[in-house]
Design a protein around this ligand. Structure first.
Ligand code: NAI
Length: 247
């Protein structure tokens, strides 16, 4: 039986990469999907493709860092789907450089999209979930939020911040049967990581006990678990999907 029959899931940054794999996985278990992305064209193409799985899927344009746009888009999703059971805060960017060279703009942009974006959606969607007395929020953090990374002060701070946001949300909304958990992916093979030189990838592989890069599917599988009732007694948790990297 489908794990997410009659559920509605909202996935940010779902046009491509890990977000797309998450949207597809949740759809394959019967959930209706709302994809939110700045890239509407790509989000629409992904949504059209996912519709082939036989679930309702809609693409919406919004910049997650824009509080007004987020409230508007959540209203639209609620109007169409009448509820929101699952929120996946996946949209994220990098602006990597050493701290000495990092500009205020590099810092603000990454924090605003990766961290404030999740706050914006959590705030707008928990209003709905609290009334429903049902919901699962999944924040896509990163292992660098756990152990830091040279050249990623802004990104790792945003990803560590997501863990604090996750645990606080879990505590505030547990009484309403709304759960919040985070996933900390390690090195996942996507368009972003395809750009890296092979010697850089080899260096990472040395430190990954399972000796292989992860796939968007690996992350999507963990999201499915946290989205479904299989994890109904789990909240405030961080699940690493990293081949053992941050062990
Ligand atoms: P990606 O760059 O392939 O996809 C990100 C998506 O988010 C794109 O569709 C983009 O248009 C959208 N997006 C960007 N800024 C946005 C905004 N302001 N508002 C709405 N949508 C926006 O990235 P990827 O690799 O799929 O990563 C997804 C998430 O997973 C990110 O949060 C990333 O930090 C996290 N992650 C990725 C890892 C990796 O190895 N690829 C490892 C650990 C975490």
């Amino acid at each position: 039986m489908a794990l997410l029959k009659d559920k509605v899931a909202l996935v940010t940054g779902g046009a491509q990469g890990i977000g797309e794999a998450i949207a597809r996985k949740l759809a394959s278990e019967g959930a209706s999907i709302a994809i939110i992305d700045v890239n509407l064209e790509k989000a629409k193409a992904t949504a059209d493709d996912i519709k082939q799985l036989g679930v309702e899927t809609e693409a919406y344009k919004a910049d997650v860092s824009n509080t007004g746009e987020v409230q508007e888009v959540v209203d639209k999703v609620f109007e169409k789907f009448k509820k929101i059971d699952i929120l996946v805060n996946n949209a994220g960017i990098t602006r990597d450089t050493l701290l000495m060279r990092m500009t205020e703009e590099d810092w603000d942009l990454v924090i605003n999209i990766n961290l404030k974006g999740a706050f914006n959606f959590t705030k707008a969607v928990t209003k709905i979930m609290a009334k429903q007395r049902n919901g699962s929020i999944i924040n896509i953090s990163s292992v660098v939020g756990l152990f830091g990374n040279a050249g990623q002060a802004n990104y790792s701070a945003s990803k560590a911040g997501l863990i604090g946001l996750t645990k606080s949300t879990a505590k505030e909304f547990a009484g309403r049967n709304v759960r919040a958990n985070a996933i900390a992916p390690g090195f996942i093979k996507t368009a972003m990581t395809d750009k890296l030189r092979q010697d850089v990838i080899n260096k990472y592989l040395e430190n990954i006990p399972l000796k292989t890069l992860g796939t968007p599917q690996d992350v999507a599988n963990a999201v499915l678990f946290l989205a479904s009732d299989l994890s109904s007694y789990i909240t405030g948790e961080v699940i690493r999907v990293d081949g053992g990297l941050a062990m």
